[in-house]
Design a protein around this ligand. Structure first.
Ligand code: UDP
Ligand code: MG
Length: 317
């Protein structure tokens, strides 16, 4: 029998977890040709999430858990799940039932029958129920990142996907500290079959994303998957200084012909401010990359496990 591991990142999801668990049990029951394991990652929740997971684990040996020592973020939780997984297929799914577990059998079957595909991933058909301003921000982000980065990052793609083992191994071989999964999924390649998925409201609980955290996520994506911002600083620097040089030559010639001219303070102030701004911008961009290089070279672990019921020998470093 083929094995599949469901990876479920959970941060303060106590309210929705029983609903989620019932649904995935039903799905597993209806898919007898696969042996399921449910790997819950408790990402430093401050509510009863861990207790819920421990209760499931007591009565069901398919339930595995990894509990972090603090909140490390969804990216770290997904990575931990993948590192601790051993199934031939791995599925990443949110705990809030926004990713419909009923699609898993369909996705699995298409990977079984169509060998040319290695990933079955969901993408959303619409953005109903989402704030207008959030959708506009998201559209702008994807258009910027796709222009700047050499990997194509589809806007509607979700983290909800079933992958073959080789794809998971490729993803966990990427050791980077600043992880942006949507970029990583595209970067590793492999053929993806897309499944349309309607936007559904969360079954219970609240979203963990504030506007600031989304902004930071967008920023991490751009800096992590593109060096174009470094070039912006360079090109604009070259253009502005060329204009400066031409203007200086023009002024010298003009002064030689027409004599000195005391006017022009406003233009000097403008030039100083524009140039000062550009220099700060360039330094800021370099600073962002430097900060990330600094975090990468420190080589800190991406997550720290407090408790788990997964046997150590199964774990890949
Ligand atoms: N999540 C997590 N760690 C975090 C934030 C979120 O493991 O720091 C999990 C969360 O429990 C959920 C999934 O990631 O299962 C998606 O989070 P959420 O539903 O808040 O995001 P949204 O669907 O609003 O984008
Ligand atoms: Mg959600």
């Amino acid at each position: 029998m083929k094995t599949i591991d469901l990876i479920v990142p959970c941060y303060n999801e106590a309210e929705v977890l029983p609903l989620f668990y019932n649904e995935v049990c039903a799905v597993a029951g209806n898919t007898p040709d696969f042996s399921f394991r449910f790997i819950f990652i408790n990402d430093g929740s401050r509510d009863k999430t861990l207790d819920e997971i421990l209760t499931f684990a007591q009565n069901d040996e398919r339930v595995k858990y990894i509990s972090f020592s603090r909140n490390f973020g969804k990216e770290a939780a997904m990575l931990a799940g993948m590192k601790y997984s051993s199934g031939e297929y791995v599925c990443i799914i949110d705990a809030d039932l926004q990713h419909s577990p009923w699609m898993i059998p369909e996705m699995l079957r298409s990977l079984e029958n169509e060998q040319q595909y290695d990933v079955a991933a969901a993408r959303r058909t619409d953005r109903t129920g989402e704030a207008k301003f959030k959708s506009a921000f998201s559209a702008a982000f994807y258009s910027v990142i796709n222009k700047m980065s050499s990997v194509e990052i589809p806007e509607s793609a979700q983290d909800f996907r079933v992958m073959r083992r080789k794809v998971v191994d490729a993803i966990i071989s990427m050791p980077e500290y600043n992880r942006f999964s949507k970029g990583i999924f595209s970067w590793v390649g492999f053929n993806t079959k897309w499944f349309e998925h309607e936007n559904v409201e969360r079954a219970a609980g609240t979203t963990k994303w504030s506007f600031m955290s989304l902004l930071k996520y967008a920023f991490d994506g751009i800096i992590g998957f593109s060096v174009a911002p470094l070039k912006i600083a360079l090109t604009s620097g070259i253009i502005i200084s060329s204009i400066g040089v031409i203007y200086a030559i023009y002024t010298i010639i003009k002064t030689l012909i027409l004599g000195p001219d005391v006017k022009g303070y406003p233009s000097i102030i403008c030039a100083v401010m524009i140039l000062g701004g550009l220099i700060l911008l360039a330094l800021g961009i370099i600073g962002e990359y430097l900060a990330r290089i600094y975090l990468e070279v420190k080589n800190r672990p991406i997550f720290i496990v407090d408790k788990t019921n997964i046997d150590l020998p199964e774990i890949k470093k």
